[in-house]
Write a protein that binds this ligand. Sequence first.
Ligand code: HMG
Ligand code: MG
Length: 302
Amino acid sequence: MTIPSRVKLVDVGPRDGLQNEKSPVPAAVKIGLVHRLQDAGLTNIEVTSYVSPKWVPQMADNHEVMSGIARQGGIVYSVLTPNLKGFEAAVLDRPDEIVVFGSASEAFSQKNINCSIAESIERFAPVVEAARAAGIAVRGAMSCTVGCPYEGEVAPERVAYLAGLMKQIGVQHVGVADTIGVGTPRKVQRAVEATLQHYGIDDISGHFHDTYGQALANTLATLEMGVWQFDTSVAGLGGCPYAKGATGNVATEDVVYMLHGMGIETGIDLDKLVDAGAYISDFLGRKPNSRAATALLAKRAG
Ligand code: HMG
Ligand code: MG
């Protein structure tokens, strides 16, 4: 397998990144972040979720954020929709893509979306049907494909099983997520191999959290298998409220630095991306959780 010459990054910072923040982030700041990401050349941005505001209060402003964005042509704005109620609210805000999210482990499915894997598929099926009928792209996120905060190690067979169910209900693309960032290169490769039983390489993306510092290595390991689409988070923001202790996704800045250094195109302007990360990090009162951003900011200051 040859390494892809171009990679598509989906910045999930506004959604995965901010869903777990303790203090409220105003809609205007989220909109400011989305604007900076699109100015930096991101063509795919995961903006928000249409989930229960009791479960995830940070995403309660989904409508305000989606309707406040000055959209640019050619950019795919994605949102999470766990059920028909979420989809019906989301569709009014005209997302280009919706994301249904299931888990390879039963315990995480229960904790995250309050139902079993089988029930989640029953809930997703009408969402997928309605989205496709409306011409909206459908992505499926598969959580805990390597490890689960409640069940421990997750076997590749569980990943293949979930991918098969996603395929059956018409999900067009799936993301292989290491929700708690415990994966190492061979393990994430096995999760991708399991997914390949049901999806082609062009319909699979990587979504690696960096809790144990493995996410960049895992990105490279799956890139070498031909995966060319990754979810990343500006300034390394994020974590899932139902995966305690898990940190953010691999930082977009770190992935872009690595890819550009390998001669792989992303269409992203790293300097502007660093500005976007600095903007949200300044608001949150901390430094960007990205080594490349830290180095580039230090170089600028010097
Ligand atoms: P439920 O309690 O099973 O749902 O929640 P329900 O249908 O029984 O409804 C209960 C209440 O929720 C009702 O309100 C509904 O109206 C409301 P009440 O009568 O009590 O006032 N409700 C909703 N409100 C707004 N939007 C909706 C919605 N659905 C029901 N769509 C549900 C099921 C999925 C809604 C709930 O469990 C939930 O919101 N969970 C949060 C899940 C979440 O956002 N997790 C984080 C994102 S996933 C993630 O981060 C992983 C990912 O990054 C990949 C990875 O890293 O692994 C994607
Ligand atoms: Mg995630």
